[in-house]
Design a protein around this ligand. Structure first.
Ligand code: ADP
Length: 447
């Protein structure tokens, strides 16, 4: 009897998961909110269940509703995707407690890594360098706090231990802003994450964002699929990602790859995951680990031929799977552009009807998206509507191929950041690979 997977997400990642399930002969249950009846993967799933109203709090974030759908359809496992409940340890735990396989690492590991202070401690234990800062949570006493901050040296960044999605962070450049910034961040963290624990880190001024994709089976086997460079960001949200990251010091890279695999083995990590780093002057600084699939996973797939989503399913379901680093062969370069339904200048979301669209295609072009002509982009969710991925032998040809793919792609009826991508891909700093995480919002947008 083939196993049944409930896909607890929407949009492109739900479709991506559904495709992987089909290839593995797994049955699928697609859940959706009443604001999402037109989702493409609903037409392709074996069963569908409406789990609540459009408001994500009442549907995609509604744990009892999702578990009821799983029970009703007698699903064996739950695929969380990214966003929503993907890194919610309580959700993982309740899946486990209700007898469903949570497709990801154990709830214990999700909890450990979801707490950024604990994650930093575990990383350090496995010899992964972290951003210098104060170990542990910020104490109450103001004089004590000021002392700690000046020891780290300004600028510092205040971060919420439970933070995510680029929220719950604040940079402090001088002491007289320190206390008020802590109070503000604390309030925000409490509202957003229900947890106001904060910590301090040195603010790294002009780093690149480099991350490492890992796959582990929880039985002492772990491999990496190399690096990704996700330095093109706006408000800490990635816009363009590529693999591999270029111009990385070979010695530092060797060391960090080994340490990442050691960490996975030390914590008995099972599934796929990403360790994120800031990289400056040949040094890596760990910032966090994402215990889930990431939006940008296709670029690693394209340079290795390794299907990351299938691996997630196989590992969680105990299907036969060998993880052998020697079998991972890296080839060429890949770039992903995130197409968002938003104004390319003001970045204001632009939901609405896509009257007509055409996807790009051709050699080395991949289009991961749930949209089609006539699809209505709902206003309730993240504005990303498509990912265009190009692969070629060199970064330069990849950029050319992406420009050609962007020329082919159109979506009429809504605004998208299509033209922003066209500008970025022709930008000299980007083409020379000299941008860092501040470039887009700083020098580029000020041009
Ligand atoms: P989240 O979980 O919200 O994504 P991260 O810790 O991964 O938070 O940080 C997101 C982004 O914030 C990073 O990619 C980087 O742009 C910025 N950032 C985080 N920590 C620092 C730091 N110590 N110095 C400079 N920038 C930072």
């Amino acid at each position: 009897m083939s196993k049944k997977i409930l896909i607890a997400n929407r949009g492109e990642i739900a479709l991506r998961a559904l495709r992987a399930c089909k290839e593995l002969d797994l049955k699928t249950v697609a859940i959706y909110s009443s604001g999402d009846k037109e989702l493409k993967h609903l037409r392709l799933a074996d069963e569908t269940v409406c789990i609540g109203p459009a408001n994500p709090l009442e549907s995609y974030l509604n744990i009892p509703s999702i578990l009821s759908a799983a029970e009703l359809t007698q699903a064996d496992a739950i695929y969380p995707g990214y966003g929503f409940l993907a890194e919610d340890a309580d959700f993982a735990e309740r899946c486990e407690a209700s007898g469903f396989i949570f497709i990801g690492p154990s709830s214990t590991v999700v909890r450990q890594m979801g707490d950024k202070i604990t994650a930093k401690e575990l990383a350090e234990k496995s010899s992964i360098p972290t951003v210098p800062g104060y170990k542990g949570k910020i104490p109450q006493d103001e004089t004590e706090v000021k002392k700690i901050a000046s020891k780290i040296g300004y600028p510092i960044i205040i971060k919420a231990s439970a933070g995510g999605g680029g929220r719950g962070m604040r940079v402090v450049t001088q002491e007289d802003e320190l206390i008020s910034s802590i109070q503000l961040t604390q309030q925000e963290a409490k509202n957003a994450f229900g947890n106001d624990t904060l910590y301090f880190e040195k603010f790294i001024k002009n780093p690149r964002h480099i991350e490492i994709q890992i796959v582990a089976d929880g039985n002492g086997n772990a491999i990496h699929l190399g690096t990704r460079d996700c330095s093109m960001q706006r408000r800490h949200q990635k816009i363009i990602e590529e693999a591999p990251a270029l111009n990385i010091n070979a010695e530092s890279l060797d060391k960090i790859l080994k340490a990442c695999l050691d960490l996975c083995i030390d914590i008995e990590y099972s599934g796929v995951g990403t360790l994120e780093f800031l990289y400056e002057e040949n040094e890596f600084y760990f910032i966090e680990m994402n215990t889930r699939i990431q939006v940008e996973h296709p670029v690693s797939e394209m340079i290795t031929g390794f299907d990351i989503v299938k691996a997630q399913l196989k590992i969680a379901l105990g299907m036969n799977m060998t993880l052998d680093q020697k079998e991972i062969v890296f080839r060429g370069h890949a770039i992903e552009c995130r197409i968002n339904a938003e104004d390319p200048e003001t970045f204001i979301p632009s939901p609405g009807t896509i009257e007509k669209m055409h996807p790009p295609g051709g050699f080395g072009v991949r289009f991961d998206s749930h949209i089609y002509s006539g699809y209505v982009v709902p206003p309730y969710y993240d504005s990303m509507i498509a990912k265009i991925i190009t692969t070629a032998n060199t970064r330069e040809s990849c950029i050319k191929r992406m420009l050609s793919a962007l020329d082919e792609f159109f979506a009429i009826g809504i605004k998208t950041n299509h033209s922003l991508h066209q500008k970025l891909l022709q930008d000299q700093t980007f083409c020379e690979n000299k941008h860092d995480i501040n470039y887009l919002e700083g020098a580029f947008l000020k041009k």
